[in-house]
Design a protein around this ligand. Sequence first.
Ligand code: SF4
Length: 72
Amino acid sequence: MPDCELLSGCIFFNDRMANMPSTSNVFKMMYCNDNFEGCARYIVRKELGKDAVPEDLFPNQGDRAREILGKG
Ligand code: SF4
């Protein structure tokens, strides 16, 4: 799969999230460079737009993404 189309503007990929743990590189490999359609940030962004994505939402927080979509 190609890289995520949102890479350039994504605060997660660009290490601009608050309290970013060092494990972020693993997520980047797992999601940004491979399975971006499974990324919680990608899902919320696609459905509700950039402003709806919480700063601290991690790619693996699919449950949280679904909650946000339910509320949105
Ligand atoms: S896969 Fe998710 S975290 Fe990675 S660049 Fe895309 S939206 Fe951002």
